[in-house]
Design a protein around this ligand. Structure first.
Ligand SMILES: [Zn+2]
Length: 281
């Protein structure tokens, strides 16, 4: 997960989208409570029309896991679920946010849909989940203040949230060491996010692990060429530059799993001071 600047969405709303969203919101607000869910879904084209904008904001990557899967029909996830809340059966869903672009996240099938891994037996996928630290503080109506809620899920549109997620060299998503132990709120939020966004689904872990191996090899090569370069062997300079460019590219906003690449490089810099050149550019 890396930070997605909401301005990349707000500044690129399609012509007429605001008006379309407002009309749909008015229709849902005017509906009887028992008809609201159907009315929300009847206007599904509103969030579907924003999918390309949301996708471009993250360079085609899932906002939660940073994967790019061209075979998957990624969806627009409502961060606060629009029709129901799994943690609170009496809740009608945050229907009043169904057409609010600030509640949208571009999201892959694995992060969005509930499923059980055949290999591990573990379930994951966000679906209608929106756990809070204190259920009594949940907003139930448009008049309730969302700032009173204490969400358990990390939000890619909040810079501080994305910093709590870390990755080990085996590709596993873990809470960042700064989270201060299993009883801290940031640690529990990160743990919940790993589970509900399905961040340790075996397929994605394998891809992150392969990336970590590539980075380790490339850093060793950079080390090798840097020693020669430092010993005034000019022929090593181009190879060193290539290795640094390649590694730098893995941190780019366009690169899949760039947060994993960053964690891996941060972990290697003690043993390989040459990594400072990458982090310092
Ligand atoms: Zn995802």
């Amino acid at each position: 997960m890396r930070y997605i600047d909401p301005q990349l969405v707000s500044q690129n709303l399609p012509n007429g989208w605001d008006e379309q969203a407002q009309e749909a919101a008015n229709a849902v607000a005017a509906a009887q409570p028992q008809d609201r869910s159907a009315e929300v879904n009847r206007h599904g084209e509103v969030w579907k029309d924003l999918k390309d904008t949301l996708k471009r904001a993250s360079n085609d990557k899932c906002w939660y896991c940073e994967s790019i899967d061209i075979r998957s029909d990624n969806a627009v996830d409502h961060f606060r679920p629009k029709n129901a809340v799994a943690e609170c059966p009496a809740h009608e869903g945050y229907w009043w946010l169904a057409f609010d672009w600030e509640n949208y996240r571009f999201c892959c099938t694995f992060c969005n849909c509930r499923r059980v891994d055949q290999a591990t037996g573990q379930d994951g996928g966000k679906a209608d989940h929106f756990p809070l630290r204190d259920e009594n503080r949940r907003a139930h109506t448009p008049a309730d203040n969302l700032d009173d809620e204490e969400p358990m899920l990390l939000d890619p549109s909040v810079p501080a949230d994305t910093g709590f997620l870390w990755f080990d060299e085996n590709g596993q998503a873990v809470p960042h060491p700064i989270c201060n132990g299993p009883n801290s709120y940031p640690y529990k939020r990160t743990e919940a996010s790993i589970r509900f966004y399905h961040l340790n689904h075996p397929g994605v872990v394998d891809q992150r692990k392969a990336l970590c191996s590539q980075i380790r090899r490339r850093v060793q090569e950079a080390d090798h060429y840097f020693k020669k370069y430092s010993d005034n062997d000019g022929t090593a300079r181009a190879a060193f530059d290539d290795a640094i460019s390649d590694l730098k590219g893995k941190l780019a906003a366009t690169a899949p799993y760039s947060a994993t690449a960053r964690a891996m490089l941060m972990g290697l810099r003690g043993m390989h001071p040459v990594v400072e050149v990458i982090l310092n550019t």
